[in-house]
Ligand binder design. Structure first.
Ligand code: ASP
Length: 596
């Protein structure tokens, strides 16, 4: 964490910040305020207090005794001096100095904290969240909150610089089209009716384009009633962006500028221009639409090697592989674990081949390349298959080849996940590799009624080259939707929107959304579009995820001041809580027993 100059914290109660004092401050008479991190007494004539504020810890030396305990809030007055020889603490940023001849003023006492305010102490998450105000005192959490503030500031500044106007949109709103389950808010003044908390400001920002705002942004809170995960909370923040008279190229430019600025603001380094990848290529090479391009291990197509094979396990439409360098040392039980994982992900099985020097592989056939394969499947391979496998994968002695034979998408997805499982690195580990994934399919799967499901949302503009296949071949239609990926996490999505009523009706028809349903759900938007909708496009960047990556955290809960637990509760406030009976009546609600 970068520490502000010590004088920046000056208030009417203190002159300096604890963690900011350095040898340049030697000789200064200072007053610092904070929490007692530690107290040590050396007889009756000398006491030491480690005093903590948000910038760190400084050692205070008191000539006498002092009656304070951990987490008491105190002000300390004294003179900064060099620590005596031999007592310099190189692990502490303030370790060259201490405050001597201190007098202590008690500002408030404190009960013993529920856990030590120390990054090195592991504490159960529920206990941390119950006492989040203590948890947030820890240096790591203080740093995370500040990284988040830096990210927000950099994003805001970048959007402002590019002529975007910050507009706040309502939290009490009507359903939006992202497809997630929404939180509803019963209305007291309209019993039986509800507001919806917005999944995103999607429709509001499109209305702002009709309203002539031209370039809108907002650091928007979005709410989705979905199961929580390491990278998902009920409420999250996004940099929400929309602009008129733009193409997707313009959006890439605006948003790249903002997220590169954010990286630079936090890390001091500006990553290079953000590369692009077509969605179909991402699936083919990485088995995912959010490829982590920090490392290789790309998927290798073996379909021609095993064309017409006699190996039953490889008789599938698609055979693909990944190579784990040095992976031949993986034990049998690890390999069994990987096989179970592959099956859990939907594959029929997983074939593995350890690549060895010929003498090491028991009875294994030499391949002509001076290498041999060690695998239960090896004896079923023909010689050309054996050498074809090695040639196609380029694997060398000591490597491990993992092969999945299945339908194309299954083979890609399973290997894509195994690639991350066995070769991946923590998401927050640099370098920071942004990637635009473009040309997403317009639809993804079908619903119970057999209608295609919008891959992004129903206001996404189809790819101009695919418009005439919209009705005849919807599965082959690409959209003008795009994602931004960072180190294998989806950072956000966006699209060019449909601004023409004729195209919108066609898309609704393909989706099976009748005119009446469209009008009842989105009538206000469609109505507005009749009054002059400019061509427009937009994007949203997930700020929690962006911050977590820069903070080196694997969970967004670590960068949110007051997150919910995995089960959606808040151990500190007790939320969610049963509604008081009186309130139910006021809202015109009656509780029925929960469904199983
Ligand atoms: N509303 C979309 C989302 O929240 C983003 C966008 O299309 O601008 O994912």
């Amino acid at each position: 964490m970068t520490v502000p100059p010590s004088s920046m914290g000056a208030t009417s109660m203190r002159t300096h910040l604890c963690g900011a004092l350095r040898s340049g401050d030697i000789g200064a008479a200072v007053t610092v305020c904070g929490w007692v991190a530690k107290r040590r007494e050396h007889g009756e004539h000398l006491a030491f207090i480690d005093l903590r504020d948000h910038t760190g810890i400084v050692q205070c030396v008191i000539p006498g005794t002092v009656d304070v305990r951990s987490e008491y809030v105190i002000a300390v007055h004294g003179v900064v001096r060099a620590r005596p020889d031999g007592t310099v603490n190189p692990d502490l940023p303030t370790g060259e100095v201490e405050i001597g001849d201190c007098t202590v003023t008690l500002l408030n006492s404190a009960e013993p904290p529920p856990f030590a305010v120390d990054d090195r102490v592991e504490v159960d998450e529920v206990i941390r969240l119950r006492h989040r105000y203590v948890d947030l005192r820890r240096p790591r959490m203080q740093a995370n909150l500040r990284i988040r503030a830096k990210v927000n500031h950099a994003l805001r500044t970048a959007m402002d610089r590019q002529g975007f106007v910050e507009v706040e949109t309502p939290l009490l709103w009507a359903p939006t089209p992202e497809g997630a389950r929404e939180f509803t808010v019963p209305s007291r003044l309209h019993p039986g009716s509800c507001y919806v908390l917005p999944q995103s400001p999607q429709l509001a920002k499109q209305l702002l384009m009709v309203a002539g705002v031209d370039r809108y942004y907002q650091i928007a809170r979005c709410l989705r009633d979905e199961d929580l995960r390491a990278d998902r909370q009920f409420e999250f923040s996004q940099l929400d962006v929309e602009a008129s008279f733009v193409s997707q190229e313009d959006v890439f430019e605006f948003v790249s500028e903002a997220v590169l600025d954010a990286a630079e603001a936090v890390t001091g380094d500006r990553p290079g221009a953000v590369p692009r990848m077509i969605w179909a290529e991402a699936i083919d090479r990485y088995g995912t639409d959010k490829p982590d391009i920090r490392f290789g291990m790309e998927l290798i197509d073996l379909s021609t090697v095993f064309e017409g094979t006699a190996v039953k396990a490889f008789g599938a439409p698609c055979v693909k592989a990944i190579v784990l360098e040095g992976g031949a040392t993986l034990t049998r039980s690890k390999l069994d674990g990987l096989t179970d994982r592959a099956k859990g992900l939907g594959a029929k099985g997983l074939a593995w081949f350890r690549v060895t020097e010929p003498e090491a592989a028991d009875g294994a056939g030499a391949t002509g390349s001076g290498l041999a394969l060690d695998s239960p499947l090896d004896r079923f391979l023909s010689d050309p298959e054996r050498s074809g496998l090695l040639a196609a994968t380029g694997a060398g002695a000591g490597d491990l080849i993992l092969v999945v034979a299945d339908e194309y998408r299954t083979a890609c997805t399973v290997l894509g996940q195994l690639r991350v499982d066995v070769g991946g690195r923590p998401v927050g580990e640099g370098p920071y590799c942004y990637l635009w994934v473009v040309d997403f399919p317009m639809f993804d799967g079908v619903d119970e009624a057999g209608h295609p499901i919008a891959a992004h949302h129903p206001f996404t503009m189809p790819h101009p080259d695919d418009l005439d296949r919209l009705e005849s071949e919807p599965a082959a239609v690409r959209s003008q939707a795009y994602d931004l990926v960072l180190n294998g996490w989806e950072l956000g999505s966006g699209s060019v929107r449909i601004h023409r009523a004729d195209i919108q009706s066609r898309v609704f028809a393909v989706l099976g959304v009748g005119e009446e349903e469209a009008m009842s759900r989105f009538g206000f938007l469609l109505g507005a579009f009749r009054f002059g909708a400019p061509p427009h496009a937009g994007f949203a960047v997930g700020i929690d995820r962006l911050t977590a990556i820069f903070a080196g955290e694997g969970s967004i809960r670590e960068v949110i001041a007051f997150p919910k637990t995995q089960s959606g509760s808040d151990p500190m406030t007790g939320a969610p809580k049963p509604l008081a009976t009186g309130l139910l009546g006021e809202l015109g609600l009656q509780l029925i027993p929960p469904r199983d």
